[in-house]
Design a protein around this ligand. Structure first.
Ligand code: SER
Length: 318
């Protein structure tokens, strides 16, 4: 029997691709996409879609009950740059939403929950290169604070109630279906749209800024891998470090320029630079590799080629 799945935040960058991905093997009817506002992206249209405000505990409990979900992917959240603009809202959306989902899940008989943590859980005192699984987690953004508190809350629900919550610390995610909104790593997506549309891009980070990144097909692969892993292989219910590749903004621009000759990039760092500078440049994900067999499929070159091919086709269709 396939699981009955509820995905919150389905209109976002991850949800818009995770929902069709899960439906491709669990069946369209078995994956309910919950969106915050009435209209979700077209990628959700092949199966059930509901509206859900995860800040509302009763609405979350009803959604779990009405859908009969036994598995929940809770993706609804604010990202780092948006969080700095309104820290109170970031706490409310990220923490109240998670608490509501965990409570509704344990009371509603959900057996497995996925929750995304992030490289934003690290702060300036973590090693900047190959940040290990057990690096200190002292973030200096409200987004990071919610990720660390959220990891602890997920682990608490596992220890206290036996709720099988699984967490990944995603790197910056690069994708071509739905753009991210309000993150510090968003430049690595925007740059592709602007390269194709205009042949130039003004980057909000410095040219030498290196961050850990991953192509969306690998993020989907890791998410399904950890969610389907036998419980004996999921040793941690705090976030697992997850990595694919790291590059500087300048290196990404050069890789795109190989395929779009003449592509021009200027650099105008804004407040997001401080956030980027507080995060590691690369991540050691050896525990994910050892515990549940993770390995990424895309490197920088493979990602850039595929992004340009897919995005050119997508933008030409509009
Ligand atoms: N991509 C996120 C952000 O930039 C980090 O997890 O906020």
């Amino acid at each position: 029997m396939p699981p009955k799945v509820l995905v919150t935040g389905s209109a976002g960058q991850i949800g818009a691709e995770l929902v069709p991905h899960l439906r491709s093997f669990y069946g369209d009817a078995n994956v309910v996409a919950a969106v915050h506002k009435a209209a979700g992206p077209p990628s959700l249209n092949d199966g059930p879609v509901i509206t859900l405000d995860t800040d509302d505990p009763d609405a979350v409990a009803s959604a779990v009950r009405d859908t009969g979900a036994d598995t929940v992917y809770h993706l609804a959240a604010l990202l780092s740059a948006t969080g700095e603009k309104d820290p109170q809202l970031a706490w409310k959306v990220n923490m109240d939403g998670l608490r509501n989902v965990l409570e509704a899940s344990r009371k509603g008989g959900v057996s497995r929950v996925f929750w995304p943590s992030s490289i934003g859980a690290f702060g300036p005192d973590a090693p900047r290169k190959d940040a290990p699984q057990n690096a200190p987690l002292n973030p200096t953004t409200i987004y990071g604070v919610t990720k660390v508190a959220g990891e602890l809350l997920c682990n608490y629900y596992f220890v206290k109630y036996g709720l099988d919550v699984r967490c990944l610390r995603y790197p910056g995610l690069i994708s071509n279906v739905t753009p991210p909104g309000g993150g510090t790593t968003d430049y690595a997506v925007e740059i592709f749209y602007e390269a194709i549309r205009k042949g130039s891009y003004s980057c909000f980070l410095r040219e030498d800024t290196v961050l850990p990144m991953m192509y969306m097909p690998d993020a989907l692969k890791a998410t399904v891998l950890i969610m389907e892993a036998d419980p004996s292989r999921v040793i941690r219910h705090l976030g697992y470090n997850l990595a694919a590749f790291s590059f500087s903004a300048g290196e990404l621009a050069a890789e795109i320029r190989k395929r779009i000759p003449g592509f021009r990039v200027s650099y105008a760092p804004d407040s997001r630079q401080k956030i980027a500078d507080s995060w590691p440049m690369s991540i050691d994900d050896s525990e994910a590799r050892k515990d549940w067999g993770w390995s990424p499929g895309y490197d920088l070159q493979g990602m850039v080629s595929d992004m340009l091919t897919k995005l050119k086709a997508r933008l030409a269709l509009r």
